[in-house]
Ligand binder design. Structure first.
Ligand SMILES: [Zn+2]
Length: 217
């Protein structure tokens, strides 16, 4: 929890800092995302405004890039970094990037896993006898699906950020000395995913440590 909290605080402070640094060309996040999509030969992705703060995401089901107002209209180094990152996800989708495909496949399984894991473990604890271990083992396996999802998310996020920074530089949206700020914002955001995966893995290990020994009873 401390790990996740620290990562979240770091994103907010880094974003606040670089959302006050205007980019030299005075471009908005929306303009940059639109240009990058054209450069990538993608013409069927819409860009929309979404309510909230740092709520930016790409929705592969509707092929929609949703940018928060601060990023959509923002002319900061941070806004361009985030807009480029989300465009990176749209390009991953367009090119069939393997970890994004895998991640999309895992979404329903992961949702099922996180919904059923704790009830199954609870049922296992309430029932005695031989069926008890079966329910607990099943619960832990379902939980592992949710953990796997957080792990597969990591290459997807790191790859989108790496694409973003290359595009920002190669397509002359940011100068070399402006890239550093965008990189810091994206690195801080990536750490929240690392923290989420670490928390999930630790929780899984904890479950295995608690219930692993019961097999012999
Ligand atoms: Zn992302």
């Amino acid at each position: 929890m401390i790990l996740a909290g620290l990562a979240q605080a770091k994103v907010s402070s880094t974003y606040n800092k670089y959302s006050r640094v205007p980019n030299r060309r005075g471009l908005t996040g929306e303009q940059v995302a639109a240009q990058m999509l054209i450069q990538a030969g993608i013409h069927d992705v819409r860009i929309e405004r979404v309510a909230g703060h740092l709520t930016d995401h790409y929705d592969p089901r509707t092929k929609t890039l949703r940018l928060s107002s601060g990023v959509y209209d923002g002319r900061s180094v941070a806004a361009l970094g985030i807009a480029a990152h989300e465009t990176g996800h749209a390009i991953q989708h367009d090119t069939g990037y393997v970890f994004l495909v895998l991640r999309s496949t895992l979404v329903p399984l992961s949702n099922l896993g996180s919904t059923l894991a704790w009830p199954l473990i609870l049922i296992g604890l309430l029932f005695g006898g031989s069926s008890s271990n079966m329910f607990i083992t099943l619960g832990i396996l379902f939980y592992a699906l949710a953990v796997l999802f957080t792990v597969v998310t990591l290459p997807v996020e790191f790859n989108a950020s790496s694409r973003a920074l290359h595009m920002l530089e190669d397509q002359y949206f940011l100068d070399a000395d402006e890239i550093g700020g965008a990189r810091k914002v994206l690195s801080a955001a990536a750490m929240t995913y690392v923290a989420a995966a670490a928390v999930a893995i630790l929780q899984l290990l904890r479950l295995i440590a608690i219930f692993g020994g019961r097999r012999d009873e």
